[in-house]
Design a protein around this ligand. Sequence first.
Ligand code: ATP
Length: 233
Amino acid sequence: MTQLQARGLVKSYGPTPALHGITLDVAEGEIVAVTGPSGCGKSTLLHCLAGILRPDAGEVVWRDQRIDTWPEAARSRLRRTEFGVLFQFGQLVAELTAAENVALPLLLAGTGRRAARTAALTWLDRFGVAELADVRPGEMSGGQQQRCATARALVTEPRVLFADEPTGALDTLTGEQVLTQLVRLAREQRTTVVLITHEPRIAAYADREIVLRDGVIDHTGLGLDASLAGGAR
Ligand SMILES: Nc1ncnc2c1ncn2[C@@H]1O[C@H](COP(=O)(O)OP(=O)(O)OP(=O)(O)O)[C@@H](O)[C@H]1O
């Protein structure tokens, strides 16, 4: 089943064009990597798909519903429930512990405190950082922070996870470790993932790679092709 569709997306920032007509289908449970040179429109595409930005023209369709025309409050609710969003710097709340950070999206969605904490501990454990439950982000390494942020993005068990360079701030080995965990858990949950990356090695974890150039899709390929092009894994 198709989970998410972009139909002829066009977006400019004032005089600066970013997307020139992107059409794309993402299947349920599919992991798609969006790659391409700096400035080619990757983040803009992700933000349009996630309902953060409204395209100037074209449509974003999620499970047969056109969402780009929804009011901001409805799109924001969608991002708190059915969608998960993860950025390069995990954006954990500095004053909260890891468990409180991970529980936060559930509390915002109305889950009770005890159930939210239990789920947070489960997800921290899945990312191998259960022992950090009561630690604040300032006392964690970058990799530990990003594991917590990834746990937070998945704790609501979103249908679609949007990740913008989620391992871009980490060293190669740590980045790959976090990403393999993310991909494994996403596959277990049948979560659809749209992942932006600069690195062919990272794109190799995806089912499909979509390469943008100057705001259009240059070509698409299998993740495996990217791995071969980028050298041995
Ligand atoms: N808020 C903004 N205001 C003005 N121009 C912007 C803004 N955001 C992006 N752009 C421009 O839109 C184009 C696409 O940017 P976008 O960030 O989507 O590309 P990207 O492929 O994600 O780049 P990078 O890999 O460097 O993050 C670029 O020319 C960029 O300079």
